[in-house]
Design a protein around this ligand. Structure first.
Ligand code: CA
Length: 219
């Protein structure tokens, strides 16, 4: 497993690097956004750990650039910024997980393992529903024969709903399906993803059952 660590704080960077190496990962460590982007262009990584506050390019821009290139490599963001807006912004930009500094190394290692496991366990067949097809392995979606750009969480949310056709799923069930245990989730995160999914497919795809949850009806 090859990991990219992007962190400009020398002490923290060294500590994370050491912990990752002890877990047996190959790690490249960059301390600036530009060099990270260069690495991401030339190398294949299984996971990226990305600090948001970098001396040159903001970590969020690094992430946005990465996703714009179509790279689906899981990204864990490290940040001292503890506000809800920053978290939602980072998740919308395509991050898979979040660690707020100061954090526990063991927790970071557990999240790295969880994301790598999730990435490798996705060998499931395509899901068809009406004129939508999901390819879980590639995390790609098609609607009426055309590719649709989905964030990782949007994809996971839709995948969960399409595996439960005709069943109402509560917001908590959906949160559990797309966030790791113990992760702080903005209270409206699921609503925001559903809103985006309706815009990208059609507004009738996901029904809101007021006070209960969400439903994709039988075709
Ligand atoms: Ca920093």
């Amino acid at each position: 497993m090859r990991l990219l660590l992007v962190e400009d704080d020398a002490m923290l960077g060294r500590a994370v690097l050491t912990a990752l190496k002890m877990e047996g990962y190959d790690v490249d460590w960059m301390s600036a956004g530009q060099s990270a982007l260069h690495c991401l262009e030339t190398e294949d990584y299984d996971l990226v750990i990305l600090d948001l506050g970098l001396p040159d390019v903001d970590g969020k821009n690094v992430l946005a650039t990465l996703r714009k290139r179509g790279t689906t490599t899981p990204v864990i963001i490290l940040t001292a910024r503890d506000s809800i807006e920053d978290r939602v912004g980072g998740l919308d930009a395509g991050a898979d997980d979040y660690m707020v500094k100061p954090f526990d190394q063991h927790e970071l290692m557990a999240r790295v393992r969880a994301l790598l496991r999730r990435r490798s366990g996705r060998a499931s067949p395509a899901v068809h529903y009406k004129d939508i097809t999901l390819y879980p392995e590639a995390m790609k979606a098609e609607y009426q024969g055309e590719g649709v750009e989905l964030s990782r969480r949007e994809f996971m949310l839709l995948n969960e709903l399409l595996h439960n056709i005709g069943r109402v799923l509560t917001r908590e069930q959906l949160e559990r399906a797309i966030y790791d245990w113990g992760q702080d989730v903005a209270s409206n995160a699921v609503e925001v993803h559903i809103h985006h999914l309706r815009k990208k497919f059609n507004s009738d795809l996901i029904r809101t059952i007021r006070g209960v949850g969400y439903l994709v009806e039988k075709a």
